[in-house]
Design a binder for this molecule. Structure first.
Ligand SMILES: Nc1ncnc2c1ncn2[C@@H]1O[C@H](COP(=O)(O)OP(=O)(O)O)[C@@H](O)[C@H]1O
Ligand SMILES: [Mg+2]
Length: 317
């Protein structure tokens, strides 16, 4: 982090005053005193700080405490963006602290991340849970896009799960941005395994690149593996080379095809298309998932898969 991004507390307060001018009434009432927080267990240590479970005004919350070197402008942007979002599939913003630590306070989601469920606990989700989680994520993404917000870092670590009922909510708007009217966001962010090829190549973020990342999350849910985990010598350089120079597509391993509904296969293929124009808008994903039938799966050895998918196209699904 550049030295000029390190600022004193008083400078940080000024940043917050600026933030207050963007959304004065909403932000003022959500500024929380750090001393009023009861910080409990560490939930996760991320790239930009640590997330704790805590209590504020008798209610369980999650406290994202950012590292001291965090750029206050980025913090303000994340706080402001979160404070503007209101949807059942987006983690709810509770408030923020600006001293002595920069913290973002959110509703506490007790089930942890989808990443944890799939890759640490290695839980296999039942068909109904798969459909409902994928629908929740699509609804959250569709809501963001309707607000002109591109998530830019959609992956299983940024999907949180409630327990009963099992529901998914998107979190982590640290790198999300409002879509500029006539330009494409091009910062170097996101996580390679979930990144659309155009983002890897030229850092072009768009709603379509979020939809690609959504396809990579479907891959994770169906396989309990990380994207490209079947690639030999999985490293950033190889992934970049395969995607950009050899146009390698992320495809489902054959072993999961017999239990994969045809409609989900169709959705994942469309989302992971290297051509951004071929990917469906997030709002269509919700509708497409409504047609998932777990009895109607892809069968191994069948050469009708592409025919089946053509049939979907012909029906205008
Ligand atoms: N509201 C929350 N409730 C429960 N756990 C959370 C919450 N927010 C974040 N976490 C946990 O902390 C992790 C990191 O949070 P995130 O906002 O993605 O931070 P980072 O910017 O460091 O990636 C998540 O993957 C999840 O395990
Ligand atoms: Mg994250």
């Amino acid at each position: 982090m550049a030295a000029n991004t390190r600022r004193s507390c008083s400078e940080v307060l000024k940043v917050h005053t600026n933030l207050g001018t963007l959304a004065p009434s909403r932000f003022d009432c959500r500024l929380v005193l750090y001393n009023d927080l009861l910080i409990e267990d560490l939930l996760d240590k991320g790239q930009y700080g640590s997330v704790y479970k805590g209590i504020w005004q008798g209610v369980s919350i999650a406290i994202k405490e950012l590292d001291d070197c965090t750029d206050p402008k980025e913090f303000s942007d994340e706080v402001w963006l979160m404070s503007q979002l209101d949807h059942q599939n987006i983690v709810k913003f509770v408030g923020a602290c600006n001293a002595p630590k920069l913290c973002i306070l959110m509703e506490f989601i007790e089930g942890g991340s989808l990443y944890r469920v799939l890759h640490v606990e290695k839980r296999q989700l039942d068909p109904d849970s798969v459909t409902s989680l994928l629908t929740d994520i699509a609804k959250g993404l569709s809501y963001l896009h309707a607000q002109n917000v591109i998530h830019r870092d959609l992956k299983s670590k940024n999907v949180l799960l409630t327990k009963e009922p099992l529901r998914a909510k998107l979190c982590d708007f640290g790198v999300s941005k409002l879509q500029a009217k006539d330009s494409t966001q091009t910062d170097d962010v996101g996580t390679l395994l979930w990144m659309a090829p155009e983002v890897v190549r030229s850092r072009c973020h768009s709603e379509g690149s979020d939809v690609y990342s959504y396809g990579a999350v479907i891959y994770e849910v169906l396989t309990n593996s990380l994207p490209f985990s079947d690639t030999k010598e999985l490293n950033h350089y190889n992934i970049m080379y395969l995607m950009c120079m050899e146009a390698k597509r992320l495809t489902l391993p054959e072993c999961v095809l017999p239990k994969t509904p045809l409609q989900i296969k169709y959705i994942i293929d469309r989302c992971l298309d290297h051509s951004v124009d071929m990917r469906p808008p997030a709002s269509d994903l919700v509708e497409l998932l409504g047609g998932v039938d777990w009895e109607e799966t892809c069968s191994l050895g069948s050469d009708t898969l592409s025919d089946d998918m053509d049939a979907f196209d012909d029906e205008g699904v």
